[in-house]
Design a protein around this ligand. Structure first.
Ligand code: GDP
Ligand code: MG
Length: 714
């Protein structure tokens, strides 16, 4: 290193310092050089070669800086004349400070040279030039971190506007005078094999005090730098070793080491070393760069090129949707079992403490109404939380907006707005916020159409029904497929209905479409957890309030009017309970509806549960559990319930139940919110009646055709 450490900093021994400007071509070296030197400059040649080098002087108080604009290079290997000139100047002239001019808008590529300068151990100041372009590109650099890795102060500059030049000069002088401690740069790690060879060679070089290579090493940074260069087959140094008579040992070792590395890696040593050095530069760039809006948008564009690709986009979308449901199923089942075990244990405990003789009606209310009813709904909380998590992920990453963009063509064909897709996607979680979400649509026709078909998006409350029914009749894989099919049927129906409405009651052009596409972002755990929790809490609250109330109401419908058996008839408990249910209000209504629903494959039990689902869809599940619990004095345990269903009904009926639950009668909350958003009861009730009639028609056709073809008759 060409600097003499000052013992007394206040009186520098030297007042003239040599400052070399090194950097990639077009990094702005000459611009910085001009900014530093003004007009005091001259053009010269170094080492008798034809590469032009400019030199100028900067006076700063007593201090004179001789500034040399070296030729622009990308590297310091000895491949081009520019590289040789730049490197030899640094080695032989020993400048006091090297100013590494870096084009900040191409940081990573420029760092390759910076890393080599740092490796040589030169005292360095980095001018992070093109700061204006960096800002335009939205690139931000952690200056401290970059300074630490390169072992040099980093000064942002805009050469063309002289910005940062004064600070640059201050730092050059501080480094030159030793007022600013030069830090040790982060070492490039070439891997242990290269390192071992470098060490071997460096020892040999140190041993040969008198020879050319050792002199070269003393003059340059260190013997290990020379060793590395020799391993890299550096033209200039290799030539020196070749000509030097006392260098036989070094020459042989270079040959052996290179041979060994080639054998180990199948690549020559220079490739290996270059790769590691690039890796180092890449690592620094990754570490110190902070991307802001613009950079995020550029990255987003690249992601969009794939995710919203004209051909690939839709298949990727379909796969992502399927993955979502698959995850909801597989990840959801273990916690589901735990909750089931928990409510089962609670029910058993209560049953054990509370004998059947004391207050039998209240006991039945607690066990069959409250615990079975609410427990049967809470059991699906894990699935619903996972579904909401998936939706939160799609929303928070920014994919949801892309999905809308992707389906815009499809939506246009339907006559809907691309933006309609977002409320519809939200509808998969819950219809109510989905309907509120239609507010993003400006056009009333778009809005009404979307709102009216929205209940066909299978909401989170449909899922428990699908789960119960599909698992009762199918294997896990078939069940997943059946549930997926339900979602698809809902979507297709919604599309067809929307199209029909657009050509009849809501005629008119769809509004032109501009979809904001915010950059993709990595969602934070907090926001995911929050979104998931808020919606799940809503579901839980529903289970705790509305569903509890409906459970009790429906329990009462089944417990009253009370059936008193004739003591002479000698009925078993089971038969008494069965009679009770049949004669209760629920049973009677279910029976009354039987002739109407028999063509759909439903009996009075299913009818009774469907009545429960009028309040909230998921009540179907608890109601079904109660029908069986009360009918046969069994726990409303899901496994047991599934077995009962399997025994009593055909898979075809199962499919029909799912279909009917999907299409018919939106829940009470939906009716209420549609009334509010549409401004009239007519729309809300019309929707309710229309969808129920449609459900009846479709289920009828499916059941009849299924029977006729003898499909799914178990
Ligand atoms: P050299 O090849 O490293 O000597 O680069 P030059 O000094 O010749 O500069 C290359 C180009 O970059 C010229 O057009 C300069 O005007 C321009 N330039 C230099 N510094 C800056 C800067 O900080 N910002 C911007 N936007 N342009 C710069
Ligand atoms: Mg130039």
């Amino acid at each position: 290193m060409g600097i003499v450490q000052k013992t007394d900093k206040s009186i520098p021994e030297k007042t003239t310092f040599v400052v070399a400007l090194a950097g990639n071509p077009n990094s702005g070296k000459t611009t910085i050089f001009n900014a530093l030197t003004g007009s005091r400059q001259r053009v010269g040649n170094y080492g008798g070669v034809t590469v032009e080098t400019r030199e100028g002087v900067l006076r700063h108080g007593d201090i004179r800086l001789r500034i040399i604009d070296l030729p622009g290079t990308y590297s310091l290997s000895a491949y081009s004349i520019e590289e040789i000139v730049a490197r030899d100047f640094i080695i032989q002239e020993q400048p006091d400070v090297v100013v590494n001019v870096v084009d900040g808008s191409n940081l990573e590529r420029n760092l390759y040279l910076s890393v080599q300068l740092a490796e040589m151990g030169t005292k360095m100041v980095v001018a992070l030039n093109m700061a204006d372009e960096m800002r335009q590109k939205g690139l931000r650099v952690d200056l401290k971190a970059l300074g630490r890795t390169l072992g040099a102060p980093v000064i942002p500059t805009i050469g063309t506007r002289r910005h940062g030049i004064d600070r640059l000069v201050d730092n050059i002088i501080a480094i030159a005078c030793g007022e600013l401690d030069a830090l040790k740069p982060a070492r490039v790690n070439y891997g242990k094999d290269v390192n071992a060879e470098v060490e071997k060679l460096a020892e040999l070089i140190n041993a040969g005090q008198a020879d050319t290579v050792a002199r070269q090493a003393r003059q340059a940074a260190s013997s290990s730098w020379v060793a590395l260069k020799l391993l890299e087959n550096d033209n200039v140094l290799a030539e020196k070793v070749h000509r030097c008579v006392t260098c036989e040992a070094v020459r042989d070792q270079v040959h052996l080491s290179r041979q060994r590395l080639t054998n180990l890696y199948g690549d020559d040593a220079e490739t290996l070393i270059t790769e590691h050095r690039y890796g180092h530069a890449h690592g620094i760039a990754r570490q110190v760069m902070r991307r802001s809006v613009r950079a995020k948008i550029e990255l987003s564009d690249r992601i969009d090129a794939v995710l919203t690709h004209r051909v690939l986009g839709l298949p990727i979308f379909a796969v992502l949707m399927y993955l979502t449901f698959w995850l909801v199923f597989t990840l959801g089942s273990p916690p589901m079992e735990w909750i089931k075990a928990g409510t089962g244990a609670l029910s058993n405990w209560v049953a054990g403490q509370w004998t059947a003789q004391t207050l039998p009606l209240v006991r039945s209310l607690v066990l069959d109404g409250v615990i079975a009813g609410v427990g049967g709904v809470i059991v699906f909380l894990p699935n619903i939380m996972l579904l909401f998590l998936a939706i939160a992920l799609l929303e928070d990453t920014g994919y949801m907006a892309r999905a809308a963009f992707l389906v815009d063509r499809l939506m246009k064909w339907v006559g809907l707005h691309g933006k309609s897709f977002i409320p519809m996607l939200i509808g998969f979680g819950c219809t109510v916020p989905g309907i509120l979400g239609t507010r993003v649509l400006d056009n009333r026709r778009d809005r009404m159409t979307t709102m009216l078909v929205l209940p066909l998006m299978s909401c989170g409350a449909r899922l428990p029904i699908y789960m119960l029914i599909s698992r009762a009749f199918f294997t896990a894989n078939e069940a997943a497929l059946a549930v997926f099919a339900m979602y698809i049927v809902g979507i297709v129906l919604a599309i067809v209905l929307a199209k029909l409405m657009r050509i009849t009651i809501f005629r008119g052009q769809a509004a032109p479409f501009v979809m904001e596409l915010p950059p993709y972002r990595r969602p934070t755990l907090l926001s995911l957890a929050l979104h998931m929790w808020q919606r799940s809490w809503h579901y839980l609250k529903k289970a705790g309030t509305i569903i509890l109330a409906i459970s009790i109401l429906l329990w009462a419908m089944m417990a009253f009017p009370h059936f008193t058996p004739d003591p002479t008839a000698n009925l078993t408990d089971k038969q008494v309970a069965q009679k009770q249910l049949e004669r209760s209000w629920a049973g009677r209504i279910g029976r009354i509806l039987e002739p109407l629903t028999r063509p759909l494959g439903f009996d009075w039990k299913i009818n009774t549960a469907m009545i429960g689902a009028i309040g909230a869809k998921e009540v179907f599940v608890s109601q079904m559990g109660m029908v069986y619990a009360m009918g046969e004095q069994e726990e409303a345990d899901s496994v047991q319930l599934r077995e009962n269903l399997h025994r009593d009904y055909s898979p075809l009926t199962g499919i029909c139940v799912m279909l009917f639950c999907l299409i018919s009668a939106p829940c009470m909350a939906t009716v209420a919110v549609v009334r509010r958003e549409s401004g009239s009861w007519a729309w809300a009730l019309g929707q309710w009646i229309g969808l129920t009639i449609l459900a009846y028609g479709i289920t009828l056709v499916v059941y009849q055709i299924g029977q006729w073809l003898n499909v799914g008759m178990g």
